[in-house]
Design a protein around this ligand. Sequence first.
Ligand code: CP
Length: 306
Amino acid sequence: MELKNLVGLKDISISFIKEILETTSSSREILFRPLKKIPTLRGKNITLLFYEPSTRTRVSFENAAKILSADVSSITATTSSVAKGESLKDTVKTIQALKTDLLVIRHPVSGTPHFISKFVNFPIVNAGDGINEHPSQALLDAYTIMDKKKIKLDEFKKLKIAIVGDILHSRVARSNIWCLTKLGAEVRLCGPATLIPKEVEKLPVKVFYNMNKAIEDVDVIMMLRLQLERQKSGFFPTLAEYSRFFELNKDRLKYAKKDVLIMHPGPIQRGVEISSDIADCLQSAIEEQVTNGIATRMAIIYLLLK
Ligand code: CP
């Protein structure tokens, strides 16, 4: 069976996850060549359609497509005919009439990429849908863990990974839970009780409300951005209170293993969920995550269009 769309990792087989991660490994080598261009997708058109702000995901999909020699059109909701009242369905049908070969979409409503995939004749890649999934982020995170921990695909079962922060609003957390548990890792979730969704009771994860305990013995700490733009009030008393219990800082890191890998999908909020010195320390893989994002997205685009 071939990969037709990448709308999420919940319903994708482990063999596709492994195929993407293996292809990422060969794509990454191209990023370090003096001339970062291969002719693989010459003549293909890729459209990026973003209804929410993005730096890392949008630019890395664009760079990935260009390295593969595809042509790229980038549309943001504020500067397109969406601002004149065009519906999502009409916008996507217009993109189809404009002869695109693959669409990358970010949308604030969960389920949008799945909805679109039902009426278009080209592959859809989910670049983040509401609080549902962000599959390419989880795949680049898994690749970064393999690379930094020097492990093979079948060695995730040796790892304990803590995902800490605003789990409730995090599509990154949801995609990582699916990806990392399918690969065999032990996944721990930690945050204030108000930011841990009920649904986790049915998932193969361990839940912690005390961060010092959650990070004990783990190999990776994945911090999440506190998504204030998606929150109503009342999840925690004040930002200072949140940071006191859930910020990764020098004092808290003493509870973790000496060689723990520190990750964050970005954008980071220094002094809220992660202190500045920890974000920039040698154990932090935050910048590598961004670079690996290009290679992972090259692999995704290539596998969908090959
Ligand atoms: N991690 C992530 O999705 O970042 P952007 O919002 O900048 O794309």
